[in-house]
Design a protein around this ligand. Sequence first.
Ligand SMILES: Cc1cc2nc3c(=O)[nH]c(=O)nc-3n(C[C@H](O)[C@H](O)[C@H](O)COP(=O)(O)O)c2cc1C
Length: 336
Amino acid sequence: MPPLLERLGVELPVVQAGMGGGLSRHELAAAVSEAGGLGTIAVSGATAIRRELAAARALTGRPLAVNLLLPFARGDWFEAAAGADVVVTFWGRPRRRTAGVWLHQCGSVEEARRARAAGADGVIVQGIEAGGHVRGTTPALELLEQARAALPSGYPLLLAGGIAEPGDVRAALEAGATAAVAGTRFLLSEESRAHALYKERLLAAEETLLTDLFGAGWPAPHRVIPNAATDRSLGRRSSFVGNTPIKDERRVVLRAPSANRALNRLLAPGARITPPSLQARMMRAQRPGSRLLTPAGPTDDGPLSLVEAGALYAGETVARIDAVRPAGDLVRELAG
Ligand SMILES: Cc1cc2nc3c(=O)[nH]c(=O)nc-3n(C[C@H](O)[C@H](O)[C@H](O)COP(=O)(O)O)c2cc1C
């Protein structure tokens, strides 16, 4: 058992990635932790973090993580997240803002080095195949190898991207990962709060796109499956950049129309202070052809319109997943 997992009391080397906008709440995180993995809550606002953590604690006595996105998280979110056993941060300058165990998800060796220097207890290396917002620019196993070479031996490195089956977890552990982190696989669990139609689309999906289209307030690349919004704004995916054929177009960022991008850049500095009521209005008003496309994904208690107008986040593993399963079964199966 790797020392980090032992210290936390996590029995199996399987971590459920935080999936923001309320896709991973207490039901999913508790089911994963109760099965012996590490479940992660990802919601916005100190009140919601406290509420979800308390609800998860009522379901399991095992360790739980809270995920915070650095472009949005305010001081009081960190205070609320301190009630978790682990805080996982993503996207931004890594800096210790919690006294407890802190992991930072990184897309490069340089970022991993910076996180370690800032006092992170471990890093999650994210590969380009990952779903949701994608910081990685190389396949996860490659980045893991580079990070292992660059960081002191024994420093905990977790791997995210490409994990959907027991063989993926084995490969990550054999390559030196402390644990494997899966998002998309757990999105397709009974406990995830993804809208039923979003889950249906995911089960049918064969391909993903990397784009910056759903960038209102957060102009960063993300991996999604196609829907009406991507069809409208990105058109038929081009297999050429200029005259150069793209060998693997899943790994090229398909840019939003320039008017969308200009608006996204303009709004980004205000994202942290946009009131939740305005964010909810923007989300409800969103249509496939809107110039402003927020990063919100379709949840089971959000507007149905987001199935066509919102971001259907998914990693490349989506093509290999064909059933919605109970999260606890997934943890036990993934861990072999
Ligand atoms: C639906 C979805 C939402 C995500 N939201 C977040 C998030 O809020 N915070 C975060 O740190 N990572 C987020 N991610 C990225 C994950 O942390 C992780 O890197 C990714 O899920 C790994 O790739 P996989 O989905 O192929 O397993 C999200 C991923 C997905 C699929």
